[in-house]
Design a protein around this ligand. Sequence first.
Ligand SMILES: NC(=O)c1ccc[n+]([C@@H]2O[C@H](COP(=O)([O-])OP(=O)(O)OC[C@H]3O[C@@H](n4cnc5c(N)ncnc54)[C@H](O)[C@@H]3O)[C@@H](O)[C@H]2O)c1
Length: 439
Amino acid sequence: MTQLENLLAKITSRSATVGVIGLGYVGLPLALLFEESGFPVIGFDVDPKKPEALRRGESYIRHIGPERIGKAFGNGRISATSDFGRLTECDAILVCVPTPLGKHREPDLTFIRTTTETIASHLRPGQLVVLESTTYPGTTREEVFPRLEAGGLKCGRDFFLAFSPEREDPGNATFHTKNTPKIVGGLDPVSQEVATALFAAAVDRVVPVSSPEVAEAAKLMENIFRSVNIALVNEMKVVLDRMGIDVWEVIEAAKTKPFGYMPFYPGPGLGGHCIPLDPFYFAWKAAEHGVWARFIELAGEINTAMPHYVVDKTVKALNAHGKSIRGARVLVLGLAYKPDIDDDRESPSFEIIELLKNLGADVAYCDPYIPKAKKVRKHDLGLVSVPCTADEFARHDALLVATAHTAFRQPALYASVRLLVDTRNLFPAGTLACPVVRA
Ligand SMILES: NC(=O)c1ccc[n+]([C@@H]2O[C@H](COP(=O)([O-])OP(=O)(O)OC[C@H]3O[C@@H](n4cnc5c(N)ncnc54)[C@H](O)[C@@H]3O)[C@@H](O)[C@H]2O)c1
């Protein structure tokens, strides 16, 4: 039996052990999905607290409930560890480590490189390695492939390599890992066959493409599409505001067109692990090929200017109410980057709070999902959430809506609010008694 036949047989019988490296927002649901599809699974993370929590049946990601963790780990088919020696037990290794940006907005591939070297030191014949982390086209071939082949094993014969991007949307009630189509691009036809077979055993639909580069670029295209369209609607917001036209009403009207239009909504800036970062991976790689991704850069410029725009509108709104920003008590509603989740990564609220503080405002935040603002790469706010009550809301000179959490949608909370600056159209125009400024 060849390595390929052997691995395909194990996949068919669901006896192939699936290793998932990086048990975060992407890796954890993927590991659970394979467990739930009947495969033995080993989850790996450098942060020992994560495997420890999972082994206790606890979840550290809000939308993945402890019941699901408890059930999976109770079955005994899945384990979690920081012992990378156990990689030799795996037949397939799925890499879900972070891909952040460096200080100068350049791709930081440290996590991918370190992980690949760890895999390379344990690589044995018959293993499939799949990179899942979002990255620029060429990463699998240029960074992962040579490191794995350095030990003498040959890709396509001894081991197999593919790229398959994640499309995880944390908190999405309709689409999850199983029913979201999965793009797969193998480095060679054999790798493609085995990677497709593995994912077909767990997800509803696999979309094979001709190379890892197509799969890498497809993921970036999806995220760049969002970034550019959000920038466009943010620009429309700024221009329409000058014209005295409500952008939200314009969007509602435009989206009644049943074809050729898709609504995107303005906001205080981009958030999350993907949209604010991934486009720059593409722009960086474009420069290597002597071309400029001008649209992408422009979208980045417009979107990163949004926190400044929102703060500027807040300053002017306070001024119009006879209050200087220096010494004003401002309450920012929402630290998470999107509604009803506890994910604060790259959230524009951090920058908004810093900008307001720099202007001398006395800033607090309220987020029922994030009781304490943890230290993140660029910010250390040192704040805890104030309660989400009408009494608390009444204590501030201005409230600034940054996240449309459902908890903020009760009109009674705003009964004694002095000024509301709304970046999310939390309440349609004219529905609150307090003064409302759109930003
Ligand atoms: N969060 C999303 O919604 C989303 C969606 C699609 C794609 N992605 C992409 O998926 C990748 C992972 O993102 P995420 O949101 O899951 O990140 P995350 O920060 O939630 O999780 C990453 C995990 O990897 C661990 N880790 C870091 N270095 C490691 C190493 N060397 N070995 C083992 N574990 C290591 C971290 O401790 C962490 O638990 C990124 O490339 C991201 O762009 C994320």
